[in-house]
Design a protein around this ligand. Sequence first.
Ligand SMILES: C[S@@+](CC[C@H](N)C(=O)[O-])C[C@H]1O[C@@H](n2cnc3c(N)ncnc32)[C@H](O)[C@@H]1O
Length: 410
Amino acid sequence: MKVPESLSLAFGSEFERLISDFINQEKLLPEETSLGSNRFLSRAVIPHILKLSQLYNREDKSQASSLPAYWKDSSNPQNLRLAYFLYFMPCNLFRMASIWAELARLGFQWKPKRLHGIEFGAGPASGLCGIAAGETFASIQAPQSAQWALIEQDQAILELGSRWAQTYTQSLGKLDWGIRTFHRKIDLKRGFLPKSAPVFNLWLMSYYLNELEISPQDLAPLLLDSWQEHLEEEGLVILMEPALRLQSRKILELRKALLIELQKRKRDDFKILLPCLGHQTCGALENPDDWCHEEVTWWRPPYLRKLDSLAGLDRKSLPFSYLVVMRTRRSREEILPALKRMPENQRHRLVSPAHAEGRDLEFFTCGQDGKKRARYRTEQPIQRGDILLGSQLRGDRNASRVEGSPEVIE
Ligand SMILES: C[S@@+](CC[C@H](N)C(=O)[O-])C[C@H]1O[C@@H](n2cnc3c(N)ncnc32)[C@H](O)[C@@H]1O
């Protein structure tokens, strides 16, 4: 997925200064210069980054039950929070902003009177901050004024996140953004929100769903129940999850289950807008070993580059899986004008990198006709996430050729 340059460059030294001042104010560092201290980072931060990475990268379902306890279980909860805040928060912030930028590049415009957002499992408010960055660097003309609710089971990270969100949004000139925190553990037996909760028009879940012990088939009706009650007409839902096979397949299964549930309820007022460009059967799910994810690259904050090198990790490019759902009766082409009313069977998204095969580029595409390995002779550099408009694919799923002269939305 290509993001605007201004967004990929927005996390340089100025952002680093903001983060550094903030963690000093929060007294998360033993002394003012510690963000520059390899010794401190190696001793106090890196071990937590490695532990959390291992936990999040699990490929084993059985560990899901141990996940929600990690804020409490640590021998040094303050440094664990610091590690998450310094390392994982900016990555998820950037991922979320990139999804916003994807809406912007497809011409989406969003003009409710006021933004009324909610973030579930908010942690340090990475999702909210991602929307602020997205709207600043890839605007969809969202309202200036916003009211947010953050829901999180761990009070310390929630309060830290709320203060950070105020600091960060103000640094972007978003002065009319209000934030309320709700310290609670969501119990799915009671649904996501109580009946008395208000309606929202922006609903975020960032790296949260995979921490719930529930199957996609059971989750879909619960989500739809709450959206029917608590999502405004023309409201948006952004669900973002890790790119690993297990979690990514879960979000694909969730999409499938949502489509089945919508049909069962005869509801035509919800659309799964992205990343797929229609309500077609998922091509990746057909093969049990396959999955689907996006990837964005950015200029990491300099301190994060240092953390990467100390930890032996690499967050230069950030993979993730996602869904954008909208409550609307309007057609996808009206909502995403860049699709230009091109017939659904003539638009294909690249769902892999493209590599050269002789004079062709080879890649996997997804569209109405499923997932296909395709070749295309073009001089234009194309990459994962690009959309071919007006493309006709000839051949079978293992060997197709892109014909016509499709326009590329990159
Ligand atoms: C991986 S973190 C993601 C945090 C943040 N959304 C982000 O993208 O950086 C998942 C968060 O969900 C919270 N969480 C998990 N289960 C929860 C529940 N049942 N109720 C409330 N919060 C929950 C965890 O405490 C944790 O802070």
